[in-house]
Design a protein around this ligand. Structure first.
Ligand code: NI
Length: 203
């Protein structure tokens, strides 16, 4: 609440309403996940995805088609690779969560988006898939164990609910933040995500 009060003085009314809505989305999800544990229903889990989707779509729409190969560092993903990863991740990870045991993928040279339009279409399909999976996941299933293995060796195990929170949602938000830095370095005007960007008038 102190955070809300502090932010209110610095924002316009419209921006305050947007921030309130985002905070409410996040708090609803976080409180249900932590206080009620297994009583979190599939709809709430899916809300975690839908809360982030309009701002992610606005971001992807701004990816410049002529900079797909650009990268901020030799070891970084290219803009096209990062954009496609942000677009595809929710659906791909949801598809993995449906299963109980998953073979670890090889994390080598991720594919690149070939255009802004492809990235946005991929995001739309990916979010539909993630929401379909999460809405259909009942509480009992959400608390069952999910395992990542390589051959017969366990690499990671956690309740499916925790995998949704960390690998599906937190990981997605992490890469979206990374993408905002790429676009900033390329001088692309950024949309508002959690409050106004530095270029309020160019949203
Ligand atoms: Ni990733």
């Amino acid at each position: 609440m102190h955070f809300r009060a502090a932010m209110k003085g610095a924002l316009s009314q419209a921006e305050t309403r947007l921030l309130e809505r985002k905070l409410n989305d996040c708090e609803t999800f976080a409180l249900t996940a932590t206080k009620e544990g297994h009583h979190a229903d599939g709809r709430c889990r899916a809300d975690g995805v839908s809360a982030g989707s309009p701002s992610t779509r606005r971001l992807l729409e701004r990816m410049p088609n002529d900079q797909l190969a650009w990268k901020p560092h030799a070891k970084s993903m290219s803009l096209g690779q990062l954009t496609l990863h942000v677009a595809a991740a929710p659906g791909q990870i949801a598809a993995l969560i449906v299963r109980d045991v998953v073979q670890a993928p090889d994390f080598v040279s991720p594919p690149s988006a070939t255009s802004t339009a492809e990235a946005v279409e991929t995001l739309d399909r990916s979010l539909q898939e993630a929401q379909r999976v999460l809405k259909g996941m009942d509480d009992q299933t959400a608390m069952t164990s999910w395992r990542l293995v390589r051959d017969d060796k366990n690499l990671f195990a956690a309740p499916k609910m925790a995998v949704v929170r960390t690998i599906l949602l937190n990981h997605w938000y992490h890469h979206r933040g990374q993408l905002t830095v790429y676009l900033r370095l390329l001088d692309v005007p950024l949309p508002s995500i959690y409050g106004p960007s530095a270029l309020r008038t160019q949203r």
